[in-house]
Design a binder for this molecule. Sequence first.
Ligand SMILES: [Zn+2]
Length: 305
Amino acid sequence: MKLPQGMHLLERGWLSSNNVVFVGSERTAIVDTGYCTHGEQTLALVRHLLKDRPLDAIYNTHLHSDHCGGNAILQAHYPAVRTHVPAAEFPRVNHWARMKASFEATGQQCEPFHAEEAIHPGDILRLADLDWQALYAPGHHPYCYLLYNAEHGILMSADALWEKGFGVVFPALDSPGGFRETRATLDMIDDLQPKIVIPGHGRPFTDVGQALKEAYSRIAYLEADPVRNAQNGIKVLLKFLLMERQAIKLTEVPQLLAGIPLVAAANRNYMNYGTIHLAHWAITQLRRVGALAIEGDMVINVERR
Ligand SMILES: [Zn+2]
């Protein structure tokens, strides 16, 4: 897929979000920085692309640990870099104790970073000498922006739209919100009619009509019974833990899961399983789809093909 000059996609796995590096005539930037355990790799990839130039700007579409986990290492290596986060998150980022709580809610880690700029809906950013509009896109996360370049019809869709589906509707795990917003964000993307979508995870795609069709069908399925979203959320959070650690002792899974506040909330609100029952259920579900294996007394991560 041909992207405009100066725009480089670093397609990563599922633990780290994709990164898009922009090398413009006046400034350089990265959109989303991956997960912290891949930080060294992220830095090496960015240095390779930028060569002798400094990194001028970091943009985070939203503050999930797999989209901003490389911020700290990039800020350490490029001290003059300016970091741009969604406006609603700006005060929290610079009071890390509050920010930390939101990462802990998912059982994930993120090294502390700071932000210098807030992105508001409708802001126009200049990346690789092109104009990109920041579009507010709640649903998967309440504070998320997508970036759209009208000239080339390119949308960076974060976790609001993937080639198959979209990210967990996290707000719905512990509150009644989220589904309507997810649908409204899909409507907004449908109105834009982008030609190329660069998702937060997975390869870029051009059959946007088909992706939207699948996404609408998925949101209808989840809305019809929110237990499905809760179950999906719990499975995704266990899978994330496994991708991070690769292997977990079978007997440790119940306490690990119970200790993740969002898993506990989703279970309490929608399932009400006991601690061991929940772990057994989640392991069985992921094992059935080939996302994990059991070897001896260990649960082992199995990479998606
Ligand atoms: Zn996300």
